[in-house]
Ligand binder design. Structure first.
Ligand SMILES: [Zn+2]
Length: 83
């Protein structure tokens, strides 16, 4: 994949979320909603949930399709929404 920031070739990999006592949602919002503040702006109906995280004990979640750019130190992830 080509880096959308600097145009160089990126290295394919994946993201691991690791920890314990993590509860929450990893959610994408369109820019106008994202720029607002508060839980009302971040309504579930205008977001795309990538994953529900519920790790009461030590655990891990893996996300494939993430790319790292050596040139500008950016990571780009491709996530599938479950909504
Ligand atoms: Zn780059």
């Amino acid at each position: 994949m080509i880096c959308p920031i600097c145009g160089k070739e990126m290295t394919k990999g994946g993201i691991v979320l690791r920890g314990k006592r993590i509860f929450g949602e990893f959610t994408w919002y369109p820019q106008d909603a994202f720029d607002k503040k508060g839980l009302k702006a971040w309504d579930r109906s205008n977001g795309k949930v990538i994953v529900d995280v519920d790790m009461s004990l030590m655990g891990e979640k893996k996300f494939d399709n993430a790319y790292f750019c050596e040139s500008c130190s950016k990571i780009v992830g491709i996530f599938t929404t479950n909504i």
